[in-house]
Design a protein around this ligand. Structure first.
Ligand SMILES: C[S@@+](CC[C@H](N)C(=O)[O-])C[C@H]1O[C@@H](n2cnc3c(N)ncnc32)[C@H](O)[C@@H]1O
Length: 280
């Protein structure tokens, strides 16, 4: 172990303050494996030197690069499959029925990582609901990591990433080959507005959402932050809108206004009937 207790504590506090990501004692190996390469990239000899720099005052975005490095960006196309089956069979058809008059849908993917999740949804919409092409789809996708957002905007994936979950038929139809990499076609990229957004800070004003995907990100926060975020989603979702959480996440004991829908392993929630927006 080359990270000292003091340096570990300094970095955990910084990451907690700036992103709400909790790094408990025992995660020294994780900090070390993520911060050592960053130190090298910054031209520094060690984590100790990097912490010295951080302590000496504002360092031209270095704090935000530390947060970036400490985010876990694990993702894949059609991750866990069941949520996407539920979207295809029940949720999108239901929303289409309910929004038929306005012909408008508001969607937010709140932790988009390198883009596989938001682009999975655009492909799912294109493949199964061609009628939506004449609707107004306001689709926002956000993340705290500038590096990941940059990747999302480019929509470029390695062969390895493509191999994880993306059916070959969709690859052929929606991606263009660039050497050893694959880029999602421009008309699908243009469907999404990618934005920086830190879930632990004040949220920008967004339209009432029909669908919120907030998968595999609450797991990194403490109970109070999970509650805070779920309360905000309760206010943001339209009363008949849908929320998807990750397989290891739940609203249980955090916000009783949500009920889990009985769709197989989908992590799909709605606001219970008669529940008003909560006071924040
Ligand atoms: C494990 S990935 C999940 C990606 C995708 N939603 C999925 O389920 O495959 C978690 C993402 O949450 C982002 N994240 C972590 N803390 C965040 C915060 N405070 N605000 C916004 N995004 C955050 C990370 O940058 C990372 O891209």
């Amino acid at each position: 172990m080359t990270i000292s207790t003091n340096d570990f504590q300094y970095i955990s506090k910084l990451v907690l303050d700036l992103s709400a990501i909790v790094l408990e004692p025992g995660k020294e190996y994780l900090v070390e494996s993520r911060i050592q390469p960053l130190a090298k990239k910054e031209g520094l000899d060690s984590i100790e030197d990097l912490v010295k720099q951080l302590r000496s005052g504002p360092q031209n975005g270095l704090r935000s690069r530390v947060v970036d490095a400490m985010t876990t960006n694990e993702t894949s196309f059609f991750r866990d499959i069941h949520p996407f089956e539920t979207l295809k069979k029940f949720v999108i058809p239901d929303l289409i029925k309910k929004r038929e008059a306005a012909r408008e849908l508001n969607i937010w993917c709140g932790a988009s990582s390198s883009g596989q999740e938001p682009y999975t949804l655009t492909m799912l919409l294109r493949e199964n609901f061609p009628q939506l092409q004449s609707w107004k789809i306001n689709y926002i996708s956000s993340d705290i990591s500038h590096e990941m957002l940059d990747r999302c905007k480019k929509g470029i994936f390695s062969q390895l990433e493509i191999n994880r979950g993306l059916p070959a038929t969709l690859m052929v139809k929606y991606f263009e080959r660039h050497g050893t990499e694959w880029q999602i076609k421009e008309d699908l990229r243009k469907m999404i507005e990618f934005r920086y957004m830190n879930l632990s800070e004040n949220w920008p004003i967004m339209p009432g959402m029909d669908l919120v995907m907030l998968r595999n990100v609450l797991i990194y926060f403490d109970v109070d932050m999970k509650k805070n975020i779920l309360n905000k989603i309760q206010n943001l979702l339209r009363p008949d809108g849908y929320l998807f959480l990750g397989a290891a996440e739940t609203t249980l004991n955090l916000n009783d206004s949500f009920e889990r829908m009985d769709y197989k392993q989908s992590g799909c929630y709605r606001i219970r009937e008669g529940q008003k927006a909560c006071n924040l």
